[in-house]
Ligand binder design. Sequence first.
Ligand code: ATP
Ligand code: MG
Ligand code: MG
Ligand code: MG
Length: 439
Amino acid sequence: MRLSRYFLPVLKETPSEAQIVSHRYMLRAGMIKQASAGIYSWLPLGYKVLRNIEAIVHEEQQRAGHIPMLMPTLQSADLWRESGRYDAYGPEMLRIRDRQDRDMLYGPTNEELITDIFRSHVSSYKDLPLTLYHIQWKFRDEIRPRFGVMRGREFLMKDGYNFDLTKEDALHAYNRHLVSYLRSYERMGLQAIPMRADSGPIGGDDTHEFLVLAETGESEVFYDSEITDLKFGDRAIDYDDHAQCRAVLEEFTSRYARTDETHDEALFNQVPEERRRTARGIEVGQIFYFGTKYSEPMGATVQGPDGQAVPVHMGSHGIGVSRLLGAIIEASHDDRGIIWPEGVTPFHCGIVNLKSGDEAADAACRSIYDSLTALGLEPLYDDTDDRAGAKFATMDLIGLPWRITVGPRGLKNGVVELTSRRTGTSEELPPEQAVERIA
Ligand code: ATP
Ligand code: MG
Ligand code: MG
Ligand code: MG
């Protein structure tokens, strides 16, 4: 992409309404624009990162054997009356009436809708196990929308639902989700720690939240510092292997790690004192096992091997896709701007032409651009005639992992400058070598 043809409305001033760094940088980098309280338009740069995060979530869910689909944002109140949650959910639910006077709502989550789909089409245990998921906009009328996309009212969530014949199978689905979430967050360059949590309005017995440690996080967390040494990495996993998935769950949840909702001072005090940590965290996902809480009242049963109808065991599993942009920036930035992890970056490399209009500089930039593109990488080429200082400031703000700076002086010596956004170090190299370094 050439910057002169792109839409990147960078702000010079720091917007006064933004209280935390991720919100400030997302506004300044022209990634989002508030449409109304807690509701955002996703401008091209923000949209690109959102799509990258979504792509990782899709890949990892499908790797775990979960099946993508799409449910609507607007739902009928009747289904929620069946589960009893229409009244129980409270003022966070946006209730809408259509012209026929039917009660509708903008879905804050989808347990009822998916259970209705399930009971309409599945009647035998032979069709289980089944896990369906979608990535769709949700609406929750948060009392205090704030921090930009971190606590929006409209936000993008991946929510998945497992249907199983037995509790044991449903707990395997729970463990599978835990594994797939660990992988997903690591691919985004994040450490998200599973912590024992409270089930809230979803209900249920077993639940873990995934928290990214950050000073600006809204949850208070208590953990054993050993947990931050754990990495999932690129170990092979067979998602059908119950024991293997359970071992990962045990490895990642056996040390003390809880949010304020479930914190137990006496248990925490059993952790050696030098390993006890109190910090703040951002909730980027949560998994639940809730048994037959929805299947029973809504009649989602299957015929078991013995011919008897039994309610299915279910769980639901969410990832805060749009919140993740904020969480990643909170975890990865400096005082000049964002530092995108490679896995989610909107462009792989910035190309800065120090003298647009200079024949040699223009030609070198075009050739670097073409080489990167041929390698399947996406460069952002600043071909404008802005001052060099302004170009560097924009590149630093939008946080691409690499920058190649091209000027007539370097070219006379056959070199360009390659700069790493994360380390800040620069090297002079022939253009082909700079390209190789990135690939
Ligand atoms: P929170 O405690 O932050 O209000 P939640 O526990 O109500 O979140 P869940 O029902 O667990 O949220 O939804 C799954 C995920 O959706 C959360 O882990 C979070 O990452 C994301 N999420 C929830 N509410 C919001 C919101 N208002 N804005 C952006 N993302 C959200
Ligand atoms: Mg909430
Ligand atoms: Mg929560
Ligand atoms: Mg939650």
